[in-house]
Design a protein. Structure first.
Length: 136
């Protein structure tokens, strides 16, 4: 695992947030996910006076991409960030639900997500991104 520091994560947040202009592409979705993840980690490091992600002791945070864990850990207001939506894959006949910690995999590999679920995920990520911009 490559560990990152506060400034690197902050820079990644802004770079990924601004990188894609085509909001209808999975690349936009994927970069938005990674921007939010970087921003949340950056805030966590600063609030806890930690220099790099290597020093994060909470395995629930370090062993997962579940952004809702980070939102809860940072006490972001639920009234603004809201509950983190789950999603279904369009190819999945079982209607199995996945959490936000797995969505980057679907977008990275081009696996289609239920359109309504994807719209909810994007709105949630954009809301969290706005919260990060206020706090970073």
């Amino acid at each position: 695992m490559i560990h990152a520091g506060f400034n690197e994560l902050k820079r990644a947040f802004f770079v990924h947030s601004n990188a894609s202009v085509d909001k209808d592409s999975i690349s936009y979705n994927l970069l938005l996910f990674y921007a939010v993840e970087s921003g949340l980690k950056s805030i966590y490091l600063r609030w806890n006076n930690i220099l790099t992600t290597e020093k994060i002791a909470d395995e629930k945070l370090t062993k997962s991409h579940n952004l809702s864990n980070w939102v809860q850990k940072l006490y972001l207001p639920a009234s603004v960030s809201g509950p983190c939506p789950e999603f279904k894959l369009t190819r999945n006949n079982k209607q199995e639900h996945y959490d936000v910690g797995q969505v980057h995999q679907a977008w990275r590999y081009g696996i289609e997500i239920d359109q309504n679920d994807q719209e909810k995920l994007i709105r949630w990520l954009e809301t969290v991104r706005s919260l990060i911009e206020e706090r970073i």
